[in-house]
Design a protein around this ligand. Structure first.
Ligand SMILES: Nc1ncnc2c1ncn2[C@@H]1O[C@H](COP(=O)(O)OP(=O)(O)OP(=O)(O)O)[C@@H](O)[C@H]1O
Ligand SMILES: [Mg+2]
Length: 245
């Protein structure tokens, strides 16, 4: 199993919506970690529409880490999203994120342990370049995925972005053809567009703002399922190449 870290260069292209959607469509056990330093626990306010209180999970993990018990806390503290997906809500804001800096390296090691036990891990890193960006989680990931849209603002920002990563960096394009194609975007940003997701604002709003499910809309759900398969296959084929070498 593997660790996938998602980030963006600018704007709000849909990182949080995408990782949450992927977790809900993931074919197997998955843990979603919200590590966006300024995201303000967007999933609790958005998808859960404030109905789930903030359990301060990252603070609890930090406390457990200081007490030498991070392994147990990581198994007990996450919230349930579905039968197969669980979730660690993000920092309440930048001030809280600043206090968590020494947690990230320890958490990266624990997530690696979890991935060897058959759990895939999806991480929302938020935007690149923030002072409290969880860089150790990016460095510890098997795949770093830059989420972007296909307009010039997104393309310009992604072209200039520095992505801290030891593993290959891929692009996930939300809304190809609005206006540029996946192929053109990949050529300009010089990274492969590994995955595309359809432009589906009503479906996306279910995930990002807790809106009611629109009738007969399933394009995004299908796209997310396909994206999950593609991401998994990408890491598996790399592992096979490494084993052959
Ligand atoms: N596939 C999609 N089609 C249409 N709209 C989308 C799609 N994915 C996300 N959105 C919309 O884009 C907006 C921003 O989404 P989201 O909050 O996930 O972005 P983000 O990259 O996490 O932003 P931030 O960097 O501020 O955390 C939301 O209104 C969401 O509904
Ligand atoms: Mg976000």
């Amino acid at each position: 199993m593997a660790i996938y870290a998602f980030t963006s260069a600018a704007g709000s292209p849909g990182v949080t919506t995408t990782v949450l959607g992927l977790a809900l469509q993931w074919p197997g056990e998955v843990l979603l970690v919200d590590a966006d330093p300024v995201g303000g626990s967007a999933i609790l306010a958005g998808f859960f529409a404030g109905r789930v209180g903030h359990p301060g999970t990252l603070i609890e993990l930090w406390t457990a880490y200081r007490q030498g018990d991070l392994t147990t806390a990581l198994r007990e503290k996450p919230l349930r999203l579905s039968e197969t997906a669980s979730f660690i809500p993000g920092p309440a804001g930048a001030a809280q994120a600043g206090g968590l800096t020494d947690l990230w390296s320890a958490l990266a090691a624990e997530l690696r342990g979890l991935s060897t036990l058959g759990v895939d891990v999806l991480i929302d890193l938020g935007r690149l370049g923030h002072l409290h960006h969880a860089t150790p989680l990016a460095m510890g990931a098997d795949e770093v995925v830059v989420v972007m849209r296909s307009d010039l603002v997104s393309v310009a920002a992604a072209t200039a972005a520095h992505v801290p990563a030891e593993s290959p960096v891929k692009v996930l394009l939300v809304g190809p053809g609005r206006p540029y194609s996946a192929r053109s975007v990949g050529q300009v940003v010089k990274r492969p567009v590994a995955v595309t997701l359809p432009w589906a604002p009503d479906e996306a709003a279910v995930l990002s703002h807790g809106r009611p499910e629109p009738r007969r809309a399933s394009a995004l759900r299908r796209g997310l399922r396909q994206a999950a398969e593609t991401l998994r296959a990408g890491v598996e084929s790399r592992v096979e190449v490494l084993i052959d070498e």
